[in-house]
Design a protein around this ligand. Structure first.
Ligand SMILES: CCC/C=C/C=C/C(=O)SCCNC(=O)CCNC(=O)[C@H](O)C(C)(C)COP(=O)(O)OP(=O)(O)OC[C@H]1O[C@@H](n2cnc3c(N)ncnc32)[C@H](O)[C@@H]1OP(=O)(O)O
Length: 308
């Protein structure tokens, strides 16, 4: 009996018990029309691929109150969208993003200063900061890979955002600035935690955070903040969409499992990471995707994976 015939019998018998299919059926399906936001434009440029575009070009995609809320809604929806396997995150207009909306920031500072005791004000601020942090943590928690496509300026909150993404591309005219010290803030929504790990240099991350100096695209590529440079925004978006489409041809069980494992392993010891992926694969090793992948290898036919 051939390997192709042997493997399916064992694995499909497990599937019939509903261990994997139950998981699949809890997911919802939606089209780009189901994603309606004021500050984000969501399109579906390719099968399985969503493009989320920061969409306040006249304000240089500054992150206002609606944005902080809508990113959470958007990525929580994407996490559950079984028609989406990869996401491209880009900015509309002249630049990628100018970071936090400074008008909102000034307004918030006024609102906090209500004359009450410092401890009471501080205890109101804590959950607010946690909510802001969640705006980018949802990208990391979303099991679908997210590719940031940065053109021109990526400032302040933009660095917090892209360091929560899986992969970063940029144009040759791109520049990056950990700008928070210039507005009197210690960055508090992810840059200080994620950037040193992304660039693999605590020294460089501190230099950028303490000085707010601009880092140009060639240095961003050299230090590993981005993995590819492009001559124009159009070429970059095409490159990012092609990458997303390639990811989408792979088993979603394997891709999503890889993301979950890599995010976990980044913050744990090698042994803890191995234990975590062993637990994960106790279930996922039983997926029909392994059978399909082996079948595809042997028959040379296109593999069609079920939605996840
Ligand atoms: C708990 C909080 C956690 C989050 C913390 C995050 C912190 C940060 O993000 S710190 C960084 C804040 N951002 C900045 O300091 C950047 C300010 N902007 C600029 O330096 C320039 O705008 C930029 C170099 C990005 C682009 O320059 P360009 O010449 O292309 O555009 P402008 O003419 O300056 O701006 C066009 C209009 O956009 C408005 N705008 C730009 N940035 C912001 C912003 N961050 N917030 C609000 N609005 C912004 C600008 O006012 C212009 O509007 P208008 O006058 O109505 O045309």
């Amino acid at each position: 009996m051939s390997l192709v015939k042997l493997i399916p019998t064992r694995l499909f018998s497990v599937l019939k018990q509903g261990q994997v299919s139950a998981l699949i059926h809890t997911r919802s399906m939606s089209s780009d029309a189901d994603y309606k936001f004021e500050t984000l434009k969501v399109t579906k440029p390719k099968e399985w691929v969503l493009q989320v575009e920061l969409n306040r070009p006249e304000k240089r995609n500054a992150m206002n109150r609606a944005f902080w809320r809508e990113m959470v809604e958007c990525f929580e929806q994407i996490a559950q969208d079984s028609d989406c396997r990869a996401v491209v995150l880009s900015g509309a207009g002249k630049i990628f993003t100018a970071g936090i909306d400074l008008m909102d920031l000034a307004g918030s500072a006024g609102m906090i200063d209500d004359g009450s005791d410092i401890a009471r004000r501080a205890s109101k601020l804590r959950p607010m900061i946690s909510r802001f942090q969640n705006t980018f943590t949802v990208i990391e928690k979303c099991p679908k890979p997210v590719i940031a496509a940065v053109h021109n300026a990526c400032v302040g909150g933009g660095i917090d955002m892209i360091t929560a993404c899986d992969i970063r591309y940029c144009t040759r005219d791109a520049w990056f600035q950990v700008k928070e010290v210039d507005v009197g803030l210690a960055a508090d929504v992810g840059t200080l935690q994620r950037l040193p790990k992304v660039v693999g240099s605590d020294s460089l991350a501190r230099e950028l955070a303490y000085t707010a100096r601009k880092m140009m695209s060639d240095e961003a590529k050299e230090c590993g903040l981005v993995s590819r440079l492009f001559n124009s925004r159009e070429e970059m978006i095409q490159g990012a969409l092609d990458l997303a489409a390639l990811i989408a041809t792979k088993s979603p069980v394997a891709v999503q499992g890889s993301k979950i494992s890599m995010v976990y392993s980044r913050d744990h010891s090698v042994q803890e990471g191995l234990d975590h992926v062993a637990m994960y694969n106790m279930a996922m090793f039983q997926s029909e995707d392994i059978t399909k992948a082996v079948e595809g290898f042997l028959t040379k036919e296109e593999i069609v994976y079920s939605k996840l």
